[in-house]
Structures are given as C-alpha cells and as structure tokens.
Design a protein around this ligand. Structure first.
Ligand SMILES: [Zn+2]
Length: 219
C-alpha cells in the first residue's frame, strides 16, 4: 500500500558565514508502509521510551546531530518524533512566521521542524522534549521514518555502532528549490543535494543537461 508522506522538515537559511541548508517548502515522498515495521514497532516502542539510545551534540553534517551512545541493531526504533498536532493551515502560518523572524535577526539557523503526519495534519516538532528534530539528513542513511498509528517513528535500517551519527533521508522532492538544500552528509554516494532517492535520476539528468549547456556555450 502506497502512502504519501510529505516532509516539511527543517527550514534553514543560508547566511554568508554559516554553511546552512536553506528553506524547504513541502517535499513529498511516497513510502511503502510495511507490516514488518509495525511488528517491530509494537515490540520495541516501550523499550525506546524507557531507554535513550542517542545523545545530541555538535554534528559535522550540520548544526546539531544525534549520535548513538551504544551499538544499535538494525530494526530498532530509536525515536518517536514528538510534537503538537496542527492543521495544514496552522503549519504554513508557523513556518512562515519562523522564517520571517529568522530573516529579521539574520543569525544562526532558522529551523521549522514541521513534519507531515497525513493529508490533513502536520506535527510541529519544535517542542522541548523532541530531540529527534536534530537528526540530520544523509544520502546514505542508517535510519528510516514511518508513520504508524498516527505516530512518526524513526528506526534503524542498518546495524549502528556506538558513536555513529544517526541519519535518515528527508525525502525532499526534486523541485525548483532543490538547489537551496545542499547536502554535506559526507557519504561516498552523496548526490550533493537533500533529495529523496527516487528523485536522484531527475537530478542526474538536470546536472548533465546543465553541463552540456556550459560545453555548448564554450564551443
Ligand atoms: Zn549527501
């Protein structure tokens, strides 16, 4: 069963001093909802709440990040993305307000942390007890996100060693704003932009066309 999840995750502004990812509008991905995940979910949700598996500290990818404080096996739920359930209308209002405020201050990172729950509601993760909002994007992630029973769960898709940064693919769409979201995940297969893996062929095509254009202009 296909399920449309949209991420409105981190909206960040680039300033000259800071290497920061930029504004994101709605980025939609299609995800497969697996029963396996649901089984795992039931099994280790309680454990996740009881036991902290990561800590938040400065990240080499971007700003803060989440780092495993112990070895975590594949298929473990590491976090539930907590926050306030809000309507799409409220979500857009908050996103715009936060970006505007950030532009006025011109300092640091503007983070919106709004995550799409379903067609009608989003989760505003900008609450004190939601440190899952610091989990960074990677082109070679060790986690994935799924929505089960109206909860946004983040779980490992690989065995993770203690000290590794936890990441997932933000699932952004290839649209006219992709260029504002450069990726600095540092993985071998990094495509240079924060994009859902399904969108990578479009990026490749775009970049090769661009290169052809530069070549044609020079010859
Ligand atoms: Zn990358």
């Amino acid at each position: 069963m296909n399920k449309k999840n949209a991420l409105l995750l981190e909206k960040k502004i680039i300033t000259e001093e800071n290497i920061i990812k930029t504004i994101t509008e709605e980025n939609i991905i299609t995800k497969e909802k697996t029963t396996d995940t649901q089984i795992e979910y039931k099994k280790n949700k309680e454990q996740t709440i009881k036991e902290k598996l990561y800590e938040i500290r400065k990240s080499e990818i971007h700003n803060k990040g989440a780092y495993a404080i112990k070895d975590i096996p594949k298929g473990t739920i590491i976090a539930i993305y907590k926050g306030e359930k809000i309507t799409k209308e409220e979500s857009e209002k908050r996103a715009n307000e936060r970006l505007k405020k950030h532009k006025e201050n011109q300092q640091g990172v503007a983070a919106v942390y709004i995550f799409e729950l379903n067609e009608n509601y989003d989760i505003d993760g900008d609450v004190p007890d939601n440190d899952a909002k610091y989990i960074n994007h990677s082109c070679d992630p060790n986690c994935e996100v799924d929505i089960v029973n109206d909860e946004i769960i983040i779980y490992t898709i690989k065995d993770v060693k203690k000290g590794e940064e936890l990441t997932f693919n933000y699932g952004f769409e290839f649209d006219e704003e992709f260029i504002e979201h450069p990726c600095r995940c540092g993985s071998k297969n990094c495509v240079g932009y924060i994009l859902a893996e399904e969108e990578w062929p479009k990026l490749k095509e775009y970049l090769s066309k661009k290169q052809q254009k530069i070549y044609n202009n020079k010859h």
